[in-house]
Design a binder for this molecule. Structure first.
Ligand code: UN1
Length: 500
C-alpha cells in the first residue's frame, strides 16, 4: 500500500503547501514512515487565516443552536469511527490501544458537552439601578482562533480548543503537533462531513518551529490557544501578548501523588503505576513524583519497583503491551539524559533507567519504566518535567511536609493524596497549589465537564473544558437599554423619586 500523503485544509479544500515540501509521520514503536505530510510555510498560514477571516462574519451570524447541531453530527461520526481513530492514533504516537480509545472518547465527550452550549451560552440579566432601564450581558466571539495542539492527546486536546471556539462563533486555524498530522486530518475530515461551512476550520501542517511565530503574531489572529511546553508557552505569550492578542496557555506539570501512612497502600500503588506510566508518562498530568510518608515509604518503593520491572514494553496495538514507546527519538534521548543527572545528584535508579537495545524494541523509541529513589525535593529530577516513564519517590515525615514538597515546584497542574484520614484529605484539598486535586485516585483522568488547567507556571490563568472554556473563546459584552425616554445618569440620578 502506498504511503498516505496528508494535506492542509484551507477554505474547504485539501491543498498542498506552497513549497510542496513534506515531512515524515513515523510510528514511534517501529520507526517506520506511516505517512508523509505537507510542510507549510508562512504563505500557507496567510491563506488559512485569510480563509478564516472571510468565513468569520457568516459563522458569527449563524444561530448558535445550528452551530451546535454540526457538533452533534460530528460526535455521531466520531462514535462510528472510534476504533479506526484509536488504531491510527496508536500507530502515530505510540500510546497503547485502550488509552487511544480513551483519547477518542474524551474528544467525543467534549464534542457533545460543547454542542449543548449551542443552546445555552448563558449571559446575565440583572436589575438596573435606574427606572425603566434594562441591563444584561452576552457573549461575543473573538474572531479567528489559532489552535496549536500537542501530540500526546492528538484527538482530545484539539476538540478542547476547536469545539468551544466554533460553538461560540469563532473561526479557527488549527496547527497540530508535527508528530500527529494524521489524527488532525481525521478530525478535520469529520468536521467537514458534519457540515461545517468552508473556511470555518482550516488546518495547516508543519513544525511549530518553522511556522508558529508567523501564526501567533499574524494580525488576522485574535486568540492563540496553545498546549505544550512552558518554554514555548512563555515565548508565545511574549510575542503574541505584545500585540495584545488573547493568549491561553496550558503548559507543563510536575505532578505528585502523596501517600500518607494511613493510606490503603495497594490502592495507592495502582494509582501510582497508572499515573506515572500511562501514556508512557507523556501526560501533562503524569505522576512524575511520589511523596511517600516514611511510615510506608519502604513498602511503596518495593511495590512500585516490582510493578515497574514487570511492565512489558511493545507496540501499543499488541494486547500484551503495558508500555508503548515515547513519541520520538528526541523524546527518548531527553528522557535518557535525566538518568545520569539523577545519579549525579545522589538519586538511585531502583527500576529501569535504560533504553532497550535488542530485538524489535531497538527499532522504536522505547525507554524502560523508571523509578528513582533517594530523591530530594530540590533535585532536578524532582523539579523538571521529564515527560516520559520516569517517577521520583521522595520521603516525607508529615502532611505538612508533604504539602510543602508538593508545592515546591514552579508547576501546579495535578496532584493526589492517598489517605483514609478525612483531616489530611481536607488539608490537602485546601492547600494544594494545583488546578486538579484527587483524593484516593491518581493524578490522571480528568473529565471534560470540569475546568482543566493549572496554577503557577502551568498556565496563564485560563482553563480548558467545562464552562470555564467559554470564557477563553468569547468576550463579554454588557448591554444597557434605557427605555425611560430621558437622560438618566448612572450613579447620580439614582436617588431621585422613581418615574411614574
Ligand atoms: C494532557 O496530558 O495534556 O486527565 C491532558 C488526564 C486526561 C487529559 C490529559 N484526561 O490525564
Amino acid at each position: 500500500m502506498a504511503t498516505p500523503h496528508l494535506k492542509n485544509y484551507i477554505d474547504g479544500r485539501w491543498v498542498e503547501s506552497a513549497s510542496g515540501a513534506a515531512f515524515d509521520d513515523l510510528d514511534p514503536a517501529t520507526g517506520e514512515v506511516i505517512a508523509t505530510a505537507t510542510r507549510s510555510g508562512p504563505a500557507d498560514i496567510d491563506k488559512a487565516i485569510e480563509a478564516a477571516r472571510r468565513a468569520a462574519e457568516a459563522w458569527r451570524l449563524t444561530p448558535a443552536p445550528k452551530r451546535g447541531e454540526i457538533l452533534y453530527r460530528a460526535g455521531e461520526i466520531m462514535i462510528q469511527r472510534k476504533d479506526d481513530l484509536a488504531k491510527e492514533m496508536t500507530r502515530e504516537m505510540g500510546k497503547v490501544l485502550a488509552e487511544a480509545r480513551g483519547d477518542v472518547q474524551e474528544g467525543i465527550d467534549m464534542v457533545y458537552y460543547t454542542a449543548g452550549e449551542g443552546r445555552r451560552q448563558f449571559g446575565d440579566v440583572v436589575p438596573a439601578e435606574l427606572p425603566n432601564k434594562w441591563a444584561m450581558s452576552m457573549r461575543h466571539p473573538l474572531g479567528v482562533v489559532a489552535a496549536i495542539t500537542p501530540w500526546n492527546f492528538p484527538f482530545a486536546i484539539p476538540t478542547w480548543k476547536v469545539m468551544p471556539a466554533l460553538v461560540l462563533g469563532n473561526t479557527v486555524v488549527f496547527k497540530p503537533a508535527s508528530y500527529t498530522p494524521m489524527l488532525a486530518v481525521r478530525l478535520v475530515e469529520i468536521m467537514d462531513e458534519a457540515g461545517l461551512p468552508k473556511g470555518v476550520l482550516n488546518l495547516v501542517l508543519g513544525p511549530g518551529g518553522e511556522i508558529g511565530d508567523h501564526l501567533v503574531t499574524h494580525p488576522g489572529v485574535d486568540l492563540v490557544s496553545f498546549t505544550g511546553s512552558s518554554d514555548a508557552g512563555a515565548h508565545i505569550s511574549e510575542i503574541a501578548g505584545r500585540l495584545l492578542k488573547r493568549v491561553s496557555c496550558e503548559l507543563g506539570g510536575k505532578n505528585a501523588i502523596v501517600v500518607m501512612d494511613d493510606a490503603n497502600v495497594d490502592l495507592a500503588i495502582d494509582g501510582i503505576v497508572w499515573s506515572a506510566f500511562g501514556t508512557s508518562g507523556q501526560r501533562c498530568t503524569a505522576a512524575s513524583r511520589v511523596i511517600a510518608h516514611r511510615g510506608v515509604a519502604d513498602e511503596v518503593i518495593e511495590k512500585v519497583v516490582g510493578r515497574a520491572k514487570k511492565m512489558r514494553m511493545g507496540h501499543g496495538l499488541e494486547a500484551t503491551t503495558d508500555l508503548g514507546p515515547v513519541v520520538s527519538k528526541a523524546a527518548q534521548e531527553k528522557v535518557a539524559s535525566y538518568i545520569p543527572i539523577a545519579e549525579k545528584e545522589g538519586a538511585t535508579v531502583a527500576a529501569g533507567g535504560k533504553i532497550p537495545r535488542d530485538g524489535a524494541l531497538a527499532k522504536g523509541f522505547f525507554h524502560e519504566p523508571t523509578v528513582l529513589t533517594d530523591v530530594k525535593p530540590n533535585m532536578r529530577v524532582a523539579q523538571e518535567e521529564i515527560f516520559g516513564p520516569v517517577t521520583a519517590i521522595i520521603e516525607s515525615a508529615s502532611i505538612d511536609e508533604a504539602i510543602r514538597i508538593l508545592n515546591s515546584t514552579k508547576y501546579g497542574l495535578s496532584c493526589s493524596i492517598y489517605t483514609q484520614n478525612i483531616n489530611n484529605a481536607f488539608r490537602f484539598m485546601r492547600d494544594a497549589e494545583c488546578g486538579l486535586v484527587y483524593v484516593n485516585a491518581g493524578t490522571i483522568g480528568a473529565e471534560i465537564q470540569l475546568p482543566f488547567g493549572g496554577m503557577k507556571s502551568t498556565g496563564n490563568g485560563h482553563r480548558e473544558a467545562g464552562r470555564a472554556a467559554l470564557d477563553v473563546y468569547s468576550e463579554w459584552k454588557s448591554i444597557y437599554i434605557d427605555y425611560s425616554g430621558r437622560l438618566q445618569r448612572a450613579q447620580m440620578d439614582t436617588t431621585e423619586k422613581p418615574a411614574s
